[in-house]
Every structure is written in structure tokens, then in C-alpha cells.
Design a protein around this ligand. Structure first.
Ligand code: SF4
Length: 466
């Protein structure tokens, strides 16, 4: 531990030298060993994943409630009422880069602010009073009530409170989100959020069908959902509902009319897509709009599925035009980045896969890759597309990330707000690819922004002075 702390204040090169002498398999706790491997490209080897975090391992994952909030918060005209202590509600605007085309309501956190007496005598009374107050002051169409840890402990029946409220205020939907923080892992929160969306949409199939898509798992960071929506519009594919970036109550209710669900963030939304297939008969595909290659493949896939020579032709033409706009500029950055090494630690497996490809297209080798909620299928693909010796980790902790970044000599880490300090303390460049960012990284324009940002940070003169 002492040695680790020393590294925080040393240059990457010095720390690397020391690490060579001090590598010790004991640095990874016994219970975590099945979740970390060097890629041997052995197809029979399996990495443990999709499980609860190991106790005491200091996971980088957020709690169940945070998982639910990530997914639901971009529904812009909903009230997000946090039933719990005020601290849980601290997740408010400016922390997240989701944008809205209309209501700004979602940028607020409303809380029942549970105190000691509520914990002793129960918080349902306070929750009812909060719903009454919201209705009287704002007349909203939709409230999500999030259960936090303490609500799970004291056992408030938020389902009953929501039912009562819907009877009392028939014009308002009041939907419980079962998300006590301790009740599982972040992925359970995604599932709780998806169940809340299903409850909102209901189980009716739509007779009216639109030859268009629902766009699942994009949270409209910096307006990315609008970028993709504009691409789809240009190839003649309308978006019926965006779930949940720039999501709106009325729009969500129309979701059963779509002919296809396209899923960007599979980790959070594949469950919803599967349920919508069962309930409304809407097939789904996993797509990714990260990087030129994946953007092109995704657009073509959508065009072929929705059919019509005209759509496919339009798509091919559109792809060529957009690629021409960014190709030379990306090539310029590629020349400056070739030979660098990247480390990736992100939420979902599909994003990690896209990033590995994107780095490859820039001449950068991915030497460490991990996810918070990747599935076995994601890790199989990761094994196939990374080189032998690449470190692969599921649900890593800061100590593991630091250790492997140093061991593999990573020049840049791509991650979220929790990973940023790890990189900077080690003198490694960092790229924020999470929900806090305020710049577009999706689509053709996003691919160019990404290359530019990686160049700016990796080749920054600041590293000479670390
Ligand atoms: S729900 Fe629990 S773990 Fe999550 S923020 Fe609140 S107290 Fe913390």
C-alpha cells in the first residue's frame, strides 16, 4: 500500500521501473482473480462477469439507485422524486451532459429528505405529502419515485403509495422504481429503470405501425441522439421514440408503433428491448454509433432490415459523403497517434468493443480493457479483437486499474468521472467518455472529435513536466 501511494506522485516512467521490481500477484485479491485475465486468445477460457461485486474490493460501479437514475433521468418532462436522505438526491443538473429539446424539469432532483424520525416511524407519510405538493404546484403528467437504501431497510410500501396517488390524481402517472442502493449491482438499477418504462408504456400492442425505429440506450449527451436522429432522417428512417435521451412522456407512449428497436447501450437497455419484443413484437438489433466503422455498419444494418432499395442506396450515398468530410482530418490525427497505447474502462461491453476498434483505426493498441457491466458475449468479442497479453478486467477497482495501466505502459485511459483522477495521478492522459461529458463522440462528427481529443491530450506538452 505504501508503495502504491508513492507512485501517485511519481512520473509514469519512474513508477513503471519500480513496478517491474514489485509486481506481485497478491495485489489482486483472491476473490477477484477470476474477473481479471491476460488475453491468451484461448476460446475455452472464461472470464467471470455479470455478477455482484466482491465485498471489500472497492468496485468502480455505482449503486442500484444510480443505475436506475442514469437510465431514467434523461426523460425530460418527468419529475424525479428521490425517496430517501438528501444525499442520494445530489445527482442533479450539470453533473450530466444529457440535453433536452423542451422541458428542463429533469435537471432538478426532488427529495423526500428522510430524517431519523422518518426512519423510525416510516417515510410513507412524507412521500404522500411530497406527491401532493408536486401535483398542486406543477400538475405533472409523470413522476418517478426512486426507492433508496434506507427505504429498502425500513420497508416503505412505495408501490401502494404510487397506486393511491394514481387513483387520487387520475391524470398523473406515478411509477415506483425499485432501486435500494444495496439490493444488487448497478445493472439491477438498469433493470429497475427498464421495468419502470415498461410500466409507463403499458402492455398494449399498437395496430398502427411506423416504418421507423425506437432508439434505445442513447442518453443524448451533448445532443448525440439528435445527431443520430438527423442521420436516420437523411436515409429516410424516422425515430418513433428516443429511450431515454431527450425522452418525453408522450413520445414514450408511442414506442409500440415502431418496427425496429435499435440498441446503443446494450448493458442498460437490451433487457428493455427483449421485453418489448415479447410484449409488442418489435425485433431489436444492437448497434453502435461510436467510430466511423461502427457508424457505417449500424446505418447499413438498419437500412437493410427496414428494407427498400431506396433506403439502402440513400444510406450508401450518405455514408460516402459523411466519410469524405472526416477522413482526411482523422488521417491527420492517426499519423500523430500511431504506436500509442490505450487503456479502456467503461460501463458497457459494447462501448468497449467500439472503442477498441476506434483506437485501432487511429493506430493505437488497446493494452487494457475493462467494463462495469459487460456480459460473457461482450468479453468473447473483446478477446477476439485484442492482442495477446491485453489485460481484460470485469468490475475492476482503482488498485487494479492503476497496476495494469502502469504495467502495460498505457498512454491514455478512457473512462468516466471516477477514473479521471487515477489517470492524472499516474501522469497518464485521460478521455472522458461517460455521461458527464459535454461534447459529441457519436457518429462521424463524434469520430473526428474523438481523434482530435485523443491527440490533444496524449500529445499535450504537459506530460513532459509531470
Ligand atoms: S441509494 Fe444507497 S448507496 Fe445509493 S446513493 Fe443512496 S445511500 Fe448511497
Amino acid at each position: 500500500m505504501e508503495k502504491k501511494e508513492e507512485y501517485l506522485y511519481e512520473s509514469k516512467a519512474t513508477a513503471n521501473m519500480k513496478l517491474k521490481d514489485s509486481l506481485n500477484p497478491q495485489e489482486i485479491i483472491e476473490e477477484r482473480k477470476g474477473f481479471v485475465c491476460y488475453n491468451s486468445q484461448n476460446k475455452s477460457g472464461t472470464l467471470r462477469c455479470d455478477e455482484n461485486s466482491v465485498s471489500g474490493a472497492v468496485s468502480q460501479r455505482a449503486c442500484v439507485y444510480c443505475g436506475a437514475r442514469v437510465v431514467l433521468n434523461p426523460i425530460t418532462d418527468a419529475f424525479h422524486l428521490i425517496h430517501g436522505p438528501i444525499g442520494c438526491a445530489s445527482y442533479t443538473w450539470d453533473l450530466r451532459g444529457s440535453l433536452s429539446s423542451e422541458s428542463e424539469l429533469f435537471r432538478n432532483s426532488f427529495s423526500t429528505d428522510l430524517r431519523e424520525t422518518d426512519v423510525i416511524f416510516g417515510g410513507e407519510k412524507k412521500l404522500r405529502a411530497a406527491i401532493d405538493e408536486i401535483f398542486i404546484k406543477f400538475h405533472p403528467k409523470l413522476i418517478f419515485i426512486y426507492a433508496t437504501c434506507i427505504v429498502g431497510v425500513i420497508g416503505d410500501d412505495i408501490d401502494a403509495v404510487c397506486r393511491e396517488a394514481e387513483i387520487k390524481y387520475p391524470m398523473m402517472r406515478v411509477i415506483a422504481v425499485k432501486s435500494p442502493g444495496f439490493s444488487g449491482n448497478k445493472a439491477m438499477g438498469y433493470r429497475a429503470a427498464c421495468n419502470a418504462i415498461l410500466k409507463l408504456i403499458g402492455d398494449r400492442k399498437s395496430d398502427k405501425k411506423v416504418k421507423g425505429v425506437n432508439y434505445l440506450g442513447d442518453f443524448n449527451l451533448a445532443g448525440e441522439a439528435w445527431v443520430i436522429q438527423s442521420y436516420l432522417k437523411k436515409i429516410g428512417v424516422p425515430v418513433v421514440a428516443k429511450i431515454t435521451g431527450d425522452g418525453k412522456y408522450e413520445e414514450l407512449l408511442k414506442a409500440p408503433e415502431a418496427s425496429l428497436n435499435i440498441v446503443q447501450c446494450a448493458g442498460s437497455m437490451e433487457y428493455l428491448a427483449k421485453k418489448m419484443q415479447e410484449l409488442y413484437g418489435i425485433p431489436y438489433i444492437r448497434i453502435s454509433f461510436l467510430g466511423v466503422e461502427d457508424t457505417e455498419n449500424s446505418l447499413l444494418q438498419i437500412a437493410h432490415i427496414l428494407g427498400g432499395e431506396d433506403i439502402v442506396e440513400k444510406t450508401e450515398k450518405f455514408i460516402q459523403e459523411e466519410e469524405d468530410k472526416v477522413k482526411d482530418k482523422i488521417d491527420f490525427y492517426r499519423k500523430r497517434l500511431e504506436g500509442k497505447k490505450a487503456a479502456i474502462y467503461v460501463g458497457g461491453g459494447y462501448k468497449a468493443i467500439s472503442l477498441i476498434k476506434q483506437f485501432k483505426s487511429l493506430g493505437i493498441e488497446t493494452v487494457m480493457v475493462g467494463t462495469q457491466t459487460g456480459k460473457p458475449r461482450d468479453y468473447e468479442i473483446i478477446k477476439e479483437i485484442t492482442n495477446r497479453g491485453t489485460v481484460i478486467l470485469d468490475d475492476a477497482n482503482p488498485s487494479e486499474l492503476e497496476r495494469f495501466m502502469l504495467e502495460k505502459g498505457a498512454d491514455i485511459l478512457v473512462g468516466g468521472v471516477k477514473e479521471r483522477p487515477l489517470a492524472y495521478k499516474l501522469g497518464v492522459a485521460f478521455c472522458d467518455h461517460n455521461h458527464e461529458r459535454k461534447h459529441i463522440l457519436s457518429g462521424f462528427i463524434g469520430a473526428l472529435n474523438f481523434a482530435e481529443e485523443i491527440d490533444l491530450t496524449v500529445n499535450s506538452p504537459v506530460w513532459k513536466y509531470v
